[in-house]
Each structure stands twice: as structure tokens, then as C-alpha cells.
Design a protein around this ligand. Structure first.
Ligand code: GDP
Ligand code: MG
Length: 451
């Protein structure tokens, strides 16, 4: 999903991201493109307006226009806005953590709501499977009494995932079915009861009344709307109605694997205020994931993880330093002293691999194994054994100094010589790279494109 949206947005961002200076007009143009893409993706107009206004306001602030890498800063703002519009992160790891379930001694109840065909029965089973894997003891209850096939469908799924099911053929009162299920649950040490309910093709009064009665009786801990991502805007309207009539605690967005325009995900949280908790990503019981706004925002932007890279790099090198460094690299003023600083900065940033993974186009290109950590450590030791003067100008390092440095660092003269040679080679390369940096197209080509 999101393919079309991603294409448009990433085109707009790519244009801006590569620029070493950006103007207010650049920002307006990029935001305009993003706005069109969002509207086309069926995102609610109110949401689009709010998104656009707050993005422009922040992007035109001093911080962005004056930054060394304004394009990247802008991408980060767009990303962060998307994340905040998508809502909070769903449950990390355990599904139970994302739901307000009670302890194992009290039975928790989850009411599954939604229109016919939205994926209630399937999602009930998916949720049950996750909870079971986490060590809980769920029971599936068939309260869709309108269609006998629905009960059978739930029973079949329950059999597949090895979770007990309560169903009463021929029953007409869902409240009675629920109560009988609770009696069975207590006797069988069940801790979570998941109630699959009836749905119509459209919202109607009798359905709402039945669900209301069921809710009043069960007093569920969670009331989850199951909404079909493919229905776009109407998923948002459905959520609003269910929330007003019954009350919702969260939303499960199904059919996320399909080619939807994705507007629903972006609008749901903003319009209804209800968190997206899980997404269904296929027909199988395993195809179910906690909702991750940042993952989805990244997908919409199609920019690798530029954002985290910017965040991480900011912690280590401030903008001014970065600019100075780039100038030094260009003029071949880069010294051994700078190198030592860089080595230490890299160490501060943590795993080199995770840094590299975040650069678009670099994913999977370089592995940690390619980087010899012991070698980095040795380089640091040798550099530390030099005097400041030597580090500022490596040309003064003759045979006498070389052997002193070797002794001081516990290495050999050959190793010190090798390090200096390597440095000279690196400096030449850096000059080329720095020039490319000023020419984003060349840089991108070198990195195999932005994606
Ligand atoms: N591709 C895909 N299909 C789904 C997903 N969730 C449900 N379905 C399918 O949608 C159809 C309706 O699902 P069902 O659970 O019976 O909906 P209900 O009427 O709300 O109970 C079935 O064919 C499911 O296999 C999903 O996340 N992805
Ligand atoms: Mg069903």
C-alpha cells in the first residue's frame, strides 16, 4: 500500500533533500506536492490542512533555513509530523501490553466491532493467537448470530490456532451466549474473552442496539473497531459513529497488505482520537502486527531512515562543526587531529553498522564485518601517541618521530607509516567526496540512488 503516495512524496522530498540551501518557495512547493498526494490518498481534508499548516510553520523557522543540511532537516519535520498524525506507537512486542487487560485472576473481555466483511472474525482469531503466544488463555466467543456461517468460520479458525471457542447453534440472544461463555471461561481458567460480534453492510439501528446491550452486559475492557483500510474515508466515518453509539478504545486496521490509498491510517487518529492498535497484513492468523507510526511514516516518505540518521548525527556533531569539516575536506586541510576527532565521534555514535543502515541506498551494502573494530582502536591509539603538532601537520613526522610514536603506542614503525599513508589516501578521497557533497546528484549516484 502507499505506493503511489510514497512516489509523489519522495519525489518532492528528494528534490529538497539534496539542496544545500533551500528557500521558502522550495518549502511551499514541496508541501504543495505532499498536500496533493495526501488528498489523492484520500486523507481527510481537515487533517491535510492541519498537516500542511503545521509543517510549513515549522519548516520556515530559523533552524531549518540556516541549517547546514536544510533539506534533511525538512524531511525530518515532515516525517515527525506524519508520525504525530498517525498516533502513538502500538504495543511493543506483547499484544497484551497494548491492550488494557487485567491480571490473570480476573477475566478480561475484548469486544470486536465493525461492519460485515471488515475482518472482525479473522482479527478475533489473529488477536487470540497473539495472546496465546504470549502465554495468555483466550476464549473466542461467537456472538454473530445472524449468519450461521460466521459461527462456523470462527470455529474453524479457532481450531487452526488451537484456541477454544464458545458457540451456540440456533441461539438468538447474543447476551445469553456471552453469559454462557463467561461461565465456561471461569470453569476453564480462561483469562481473556474475545467476542466476535455481528456486523451489517451498513450501520443500522438494530445492530447498534444489539451491540449496545452486549456492551452494557459485558462491560468490556477493550472495544476495538475493526476497519477495512481499503474503505479510506468511510473507515473514519464508521469509527466516529461506533464511538458515539457504543464507545471505542482503539482501532484495528485490516487489509493493510492490499493496494489501498492509505488515507484511513492518516486520518483515523486525528479525527477520532482513537489509537490504531494493530494492523492486519494478510488473511492468515499470523498476519497481524502492532501499529508503528514511524515505520509507516518512513514508508510513506520512502526515504530510508534519513530521519533517525539526522537525529543521531545531531547528537554528535553540531552544524557548525560539520560545515567546518566539509570545508577542511575540500581544501585538503583535514588533519590527523580531525581524524582522531572523527574516530572518537564515530565511537560515540555507537554501532557503525546501524549508522550505515540508515543512509538511504546503503542498506545491506556494508556489514559490521567489513569494519575492523580492532583496527579502529589501534588507529586511535597511534593517533593519541602523536603530539598535537604532529597531528596538525603529518609532514613533520620523520623516522625519529615515527619510532617514538611506535614505541608510545606499542605498535611498530611500519604500522605508523602505514597509518600515515592511509591517511593521505583517505584525504584525497575525502576531497572528491566533499565536492560531490556539494553536488547531490553525484552523491546520490554514488550511493545508488536515494532508495
Ligand atoms: N488480505 C487481507 N484479507 C483480510 C484481512 N483481514 C480479513 N481479511 C479477509 O476479509 C474477508 C472478511 O473477513 P471476516 O473476518 O470474515 O470479516 P467480518 O465479516 O468482519 O467477520 C475474509 O475473506 C478475510 O480473509 C487482512 O488483514 N488482509
Ligand atoms: Mg464475521
Amino acid at each position: 500500500m502507499f505506493d503511489k503516495l510514497t512516489q509523489k512524496v519522495s519525489d518532492a522530498l528528494r528534490f529538497v533533500a539534496g539542496k544545500s540551501t533551500i528557500t521558502e518557495k522550495n518549502i511551499d512547493d514541496a508541501v504543495d506536492t505532499i498536500k496533493m498526494a495526501l488528498l489523492e490518498a484520500d486523507v481527510n481534508l481537515r487533517v491535510v490542512r492541519r498537516f500542511v499548516n503545521s509543517t510549513i510553520e515549522e519548516a520556515k523557522g530559523e533552524k531549518v533555513l540556516r541549517a547546514v543540511d536544510p533539506g534533511q532537516q525538512f524531511v525530518k519535520i515532515v516525517h515527525d509530523k506524519l508520525v504525530s498524525f498517525l498516533g502513538e506507537t502500538g504495543p511493543e512486542g506483547a499484544a497484551a501490553q497494548g491492550l488494557k487487560l487485567r491480571g490473570p485472576d480476573v477475566i478480561s473481555t475484548v469486544l470486536m466491532l465493525g461492519l460485515q466483511g471488515s475482518g472482525k472474525t479473522t482479527s478475533s482469531a489473529k488477536l487470540a493467537l497473539r495472546l496465546k503466544k504470549e502465554g495468555r488463555k483466550p476464549l473466542l466467543v461467537a456472538c454473530d448470530l445472524v449468519r450461521p456461517a460466521a459461527m462456523e468460520q470462527l470455529a474453524v479458525l479457532a481450531g487452526q490456532i488451537g484456541v477454544p471457542v464458545h458457540k451456540e447453534d440456533g441461539a438468538t440472544d447474543s447476551v445469553k451466549v456471552y453469559r454462557n461463555a463467561m461461565t465456561w471461561a471461569k470453569q476453564n481458567l480462561i483469562d481473556t474473552v474475545i467476542i466476535d460480534t455481528t456486523g451489517r453492510l451498513q450501520i443500522d439501528e438494530p445492530m447498534m442496539q444489539e451491540l449496545s446491550r452486549l456492551k452494557d452486559d459485558a462491560q468490556p475492557d477493550e472495544m476495538l473497531l475493526v476497519a477495512d483500510a481499503m474503505t479510506g474515508q468511510s473507515a473514519v466515518d464508521i469509527a466516529k459513529t461506533f464511538d458515539e453509539k457504543i464507545g471505542l478504545t482503539g482501532v484495528i486496521l485490516t487489509k493493510f497488505d492490499s493496494d489501498t490509498r492509505g488515507g484511513a491510517a492518516l486520518s483515523l487518529k486525528t479525527i477520532t482520537g482513537k489509537p490504531l492498535k494493530f494492523v492486519g497484513t494478510g488473511e492468515k492468523p499470523e498476519d497481524f502486527e502492532p501499529f508503528h507510526p514511524d515505520r509507516i511514516a518512513g514508508r510513506i516518505l520512502g526515504m530510508g531512515d534519513v530521519v533517525s540518521l539526522v537525529e543521531k548525527a545531531q547528537e554528535v556533531i553540531d552544524q557548525k562543526e560539520a560545515l567546518e569539516l566539509q570545508k577542511k575536506m575540500e581544501k585538503e586541510n583535514f588533519t590527523l587531529e580531525d581524524w582522531l576527532d572523527q574516530l572518537r565521534a564515530v565511537k560515540k555514535m555507537g554501532s557503525l553498522q546501524s549508522m550505515l543502515e540508515m543512509i538511504p541506498g546503503m542498506q545491506g551494502q556494508i556489514s559490521e564485518d567489513d569494519i575492523d573494530k580492532a583496527d579502529l582502536k589501534r588507529q586511535e591509539v597511534i593517533l593519541s601517541s602523536m603530539t598535537r603538532k604532529e597531528r596538525a601537520n603529518h609532514l613533520i613526522i620523520g623516522p625519529t618521530r615515527r619510532s617514538r610514536i611506535a614505541r608510545g603506542s606499542g605498535t611498530s614503525v611500519a604500522e605508523v607509516a602505514r597509518l600515515i599513508k592511509k591517511f593521505e589516501k583517505m584525504r584525497g578521497m575525502m576531497k572528491k567526496m566533499a565536492k560531490m557533497g556539494r553536488n547531490p546528484a553525484a552523491m546520490q549516484q554514488m550511493m545508488g540512488g536515494m532508495r
